[in-house]
Design a binder for this molecule. Structure first.
Ligand SMILES: Nc1nc2c(c(=O)[nH]1)N[C@H]1C(S)=C(S)[C@@H](COP(=O)(O)O)O[C@H]1N2
Ligand SMILES: [Mo]
Length: 368
């Protein structure tokens, strides 16, 4: 007899010299990152925003789609898109980052979607706040977790499932949490969760459930796959680990000059240039960005632009550099007001989650 275990295997870590496999490439081809030159836009155009889809984009008819709110509530109800659109409308610019960003650069490499540093985007999400809906439903004072269910279905490490993620009730009740039906002023695209998704500002991507069809309040902790098995920071396979939650601070450099096709090494003409990029944190406002041009041996402060995008959006930083002929490795590191700062040495966990190791941008400055 064949079982689900025949089609999917447990998570694993690559061997010391094991190259990226065709399976990892298959994931990378579906789930694309932001082209780093698109760090130039305050608001990432929808087609340039990174993408992560565990299973398939489900077939959802927006006209027939409904959202069911049930579980530990006094008044369960069902709403369609038209009813959600009649409710108060709010927009937030939110930096979304996949919890696995940076994974493929770790040693040893956790085998999964092989992100380098590009699993990020900053879009404007419009929808209706979740808190009033939960209050109107009469959420139980004993609520522990709120489970969000997507319309997509698959199997992962032998477990067949709808994509489901729970938030602790206190986090689900934060006023910035949105049921979003628009991205950058247009209806959600199929790949970004059309017609409805959750937006949880400050949290890694896995919390922002796409193709949202159900919200269930629980008075017991949720032990579904994406909370209890995936998205935990573990030292090894036996470690129960701790849940992945908010985004650690990170800064990226917008690669300067022009690229070599194969290596993507940057080519620059000598002289004065302004390096820039973006910085964000889901814990607290970004407090500083420092820049290195020598692969992390020395650091100099960058200038931060005003936080015009609001509390949940990335900020631009700038740094004036006089490029002399030679080879350089550029990088930037962010710190936030909670005291967190990007590490120069890798911190490792088995899933490669919440990794914010400093980026390395190889640059060749040509002779005069
Ligand atoms: N229903 C559902 N929601 C989901 C996912 C998914 O596979 N199914 N992927 C999650 C993950 S891991 C990330 S990083 C974000 C990515 O959102 P984006 O593709 O809109 O950038 O969606 C999250 N929401
Ligand atoms: Mo993700």
């Amino acid at each position: 007899m064949t079982t689900m275990d025949d089609v999917s295997r447990p998570g694993r870590v690559a061997g010391p010299d094991e190259a990226i496999s065709a399976e990892e490439l298959q994931l990378a081809a579906r789930n694309h990152g932001i082209p780093l030159e698109a760090l130039r836009y305050d608001v990432t155009p929808a087609g340039l925003h990174y993408l992560l889809i565990h299973y398939d984009i489900p077939e959802v008819d927006p006209a027939a789609h409904t959202l069911v709110v049930d579980g530990a509530v006094d008044r369960p109800f069902t709403l369609d898109l038209a009813a959600l659109r009649e409710r108060p409308r709010v927009s937030h610019r939110v930096t979304l980052e996949c919890a696995g960003n940076g994974r493929a650069l770790l040693q040893p490499r956790p085998v999964s979607q092989p992100w380098l540093v590009e699993a990020v985007g900053n879009a404007e999400w419009t929808g209706t706040p979740l808190t009033p809906l939960l209050r109107e439903a009469g959420i139980s004072p004993d609520a522990v977790d709120v489970v969000f269910t997507g319309a997509d279905h698959g199997v992962e490490r032998g477990v067949e499932q709808d994509y489901q993620r729970a938030l602790p009730a206190a986090d689900a009740l934060r006023e910035e949490v949105l049921l979003a039906y628009e991205m950058n002023g247009a209806p959600l695209l199929p790949q970004h969760g059309a017609p409805l998704r959750l937006i949880v500002p400050g949290w890694y991507g896995m919390a922002h459930v796409k193709w949202l069809r159900g919200i269930t309040v629980r008075t017991e902790p949720f032990d579904g796959y994406q909370n209890a098995v995936a998205y935990r920071l573990r030292r090894d396979a036996d470690d129960p680990g701790v849940p992945v939650t908010r985004i650690e601070p990170r800064a990226l450099v917008r690669p300067p000059g022009f690229p070599d096709f194969m290596s993507r090494t940057r080519v620059l003409r000598p002289g004065r240039c302004v390096l820039d990029g973006r910085a964000w944190s889901g814990h607290a406002p970004v407090s500083s960005v420092e820049v290195t041009t020598d692969g992390g041996q020395t650091w100099a402060p960058a200038l931060l632009d005003p936080a015009t995008g609001g509390e949940w959006a990335w900020r631009r930083w700038r740094y004036e550099w006089t490029a002399e002929p030679g080879r350089y490795v550029l990088g930037a590191r962010a710190a936030d007001a909670s005291g967190r700062r990007q590490p120069v040495e890798q911190a490792w966990n088995r899933g490669g989650f919440a990794n914010n190791l400093v980026q390395r941008v190889e640059v060749v400055v040509l002779p005069e």
